[in-house]
Design a protein around this ligand. Structure first.
Ligand code: HEC
Length: 499
């Protein structure tokens, strides 16, 4: 397992120690698009499907994945068709040796169940519903004014406003599927499932207007964006992680005036999933840390050279099964400098999906250079989002985390509250409501303006089998669109205020 946590070159070295034909072929052919994966990154019974998929890049459709899809257009949206060769690139014998190298390796070790959690009593949970039998909540945003929260209903393309108790106040249709809200800006993903179609957009609510206006179009499944004055010309530009699928990019949208943006393509690598602004203090030009998923998983620093030119520096490389989903910067050990918190647990590409021992949260020290030094790993199967914050009000930063692909042996760990005990010790706390949904989105903030941080978890019933799950405490007829977690820390004083 050690090779999982090291970089690209170390992985290659580990493979080359085993000089079988299969190992040599893998080293030659599997590293052009991503780090060469060790056989123990996937369970034995997952390798055949994965090799069917990767085989397409070598001209072999053993699993008839492509052949079974009749329409060229659908193939183009779902697959990496432009990179599949017309003629096999390897002989059948060579391809069989590669398959054999992985398929006869035994795959990953059985994944141990997660550590037990202590009972979580800090929050008072209550379910929130949409008028939809299988809700997909693509966005959760707590209203900074402390009067409730917003949820986006991906299937209805609607933005709902809820009050502090989770009661619906109003609903408004939006021009797409929102996945992020930055003040008066909505990031619209276009297609929630992976797709190569460029249907994404950004909408802004401009002063004096009465509706959302699209200010960019034809984006490649944007999933996250940061606003900053990247060229120091006095207005805010947008850097968008256009995850895409096999086609994607990082797009910098230079603001020309209120509604006009000019696109500068910073990278044509798909899979950018989160961006964070980095203040390195030596100039005023904002740099950006980008978390990359899909094939070349890792962390990339975009150094701003001015004039909207960026140098790309890879800080961390992980194997392609890692499944990065989220990243934050926060002072987690209380030493006055920010640590980097990464989340990896996406498993959407594989049937099953398989358990992966390396899914979870990781905390890195950010050393000069910059260099990242891993400090702590908190395992969480299917980890999807983290929200750092001082939830219990004791002065240090705790971490709330959700899972979209929870371990079926401990479904309540779909939500885990990691309470900071100091010196990077975190106590794992859980409650039964964690199992109510596959959680896809999460927002933290003071929902009711009582002085403590609340949470809202958004569900994503996107796979048919998820809607059949039976859960003791779920409403027998309806599945929740969200779970409102009202923090009880300040309950006492707020009750007193109400008296
Ligand atoms: C031409 C590019 C390319 C080549 C060559 C390639 N891959 Fe991949 N691989 C990808 C992409 C893109 C993904 C992202 C997942 C997807 O297809 O959706 C991926 C994903 C993976 C994953 C992650 C699966 C998961 O989600 O857990 C594994 C493991 C993998 N590849 C193994 C291999 C092996 C083994 C080879 C050599 C036989 C190989 N790849 C060759 C492009 C490539």
């Amino acid at each position: 397992m050690a090779a999982l946590t090291v970089g690209f070159f170390a992985t290659i070295e580990a493979v080359s120690e085993d000089q079988t034909d299969g190992a040599q072929l893998v080293r030659q052919h599997c590293g052009s698009c991503h780090a060469v994966p060790m056989p123990d990154v996937l369970p034995n019974d997952t390798w055949p499907y994965l090799l069917d998929l990767m085989g397409l890049y070598f001209g072999y459709d053993d699993g008839r994945l492509l052949a079974s899809i009749p329409g060229e257009n659908v193939r183009r949206q779902l697959f990496d068709v432009d990179r599949y060769p017309d003629q096999p690139l390897l002989t059948r014998d060579e391809w069989v040796s590669i398959r054999d190298y992985y398929e006869s390796s035994g795959g990953s070790d059985p994944v141990s169940p997660p550590p037990d959690g202590k009972p979580l009593t800090l929050f008072e949970p209550s379910m929130v519903f949409f008028d939809d039998p299988a809700p997909v909540t693509s966005l959760v945003q707590i209203d900074p004014s402390g009067t409730g929260f917003f949820l986006a209903d991906a299937r209805g393309q609607t933005l709902h406003t809820f009050d502090t108790r989770g009661q619906l106040v109003s609903s408004k249709s939006v021009p797409g599927i929102p996945v992020q809200m930055n003040m008066n800006q909505l990031i619209l993903i276009g297609s929630l499932p992976p797709s190569n179609a460029a249907l994404g957009a950004i909408a802004e609510w401009l002063p004096g207007e009465h509706d959302w206006q699209l200010v960019t179009k034809k984006m490649h499944r944007p999933v996250h964006a940061v606003n900053a004055d990247f060229d120091l010309d006095g207005d805010e530009d947008i850097l968008a992680c256009e995850f895409g699928h096999y086609v994607g990019r990082i797009g910098l949208y230079e603001r020309k005036n209120k509604t006009d943006f000019e696109l500068h393509v910073i990278s044509t690598e798909p899979g950018a999933v989160a961006a964070r602004l980095l203040d390195r203090g030596d100039d005023k030009l904002p740099d950006v840390l980008v978390l990359n998923a899909q094939a070349r998983e890792g962390i990339v620093l975009l150094r701003n050279r001015g004039n909207l030119q960026f140098d790309r520096e890879v800080l961390l490389v992980k194997h392609p099964g890692f499944g990065y989903t989220d990243m934050h910067m926060m002072d987690l050990d209380g030493d006055g400098t920010d640590e980097l918190l990464t989340v990896n647990g996406d498993n959407g590409d594989l049937p099953g999906p398989p358990l992966k021992a390396y899914h979870g949260l990781r905390i890195y020290k950010m050393l000069p250079g910059p260099m990242l030094e891993e400090q702590l790993f908190l395992p969480l199967q299917g980890a999807f989002r983290a929200a750092p914050g001082d939830f219990d009000g004791d002065g240090d930063i705790d971490i709330a985390a959700i899972s979209f692909f929870p371990d079926p042996r401990s479904p309540e760990q779909g939500f885990v509250y990691f309470e900071n005990k100091g010196d990077l010790n975190f106590s794992r706390k859980i409650f039964a409501e964690g199992s109510l949904a596959p959680w896809m989105t999460m927002g933290a903030g003071d929902v009711d303006n009582d002085g403590d941080l609340d949470l809202v978890l958004g569900s994503g019933f996107v796979r048919p089998q998820q809607t059949n799950r039976s859960s003791a405490s779920a409403d027998s007829r309806r599945l929740p669109a969200a779970l409102l977690l009202r923090n009880k820390t300040m309950q006492h004083s707020s009750l007193q205020q109400e008296d």
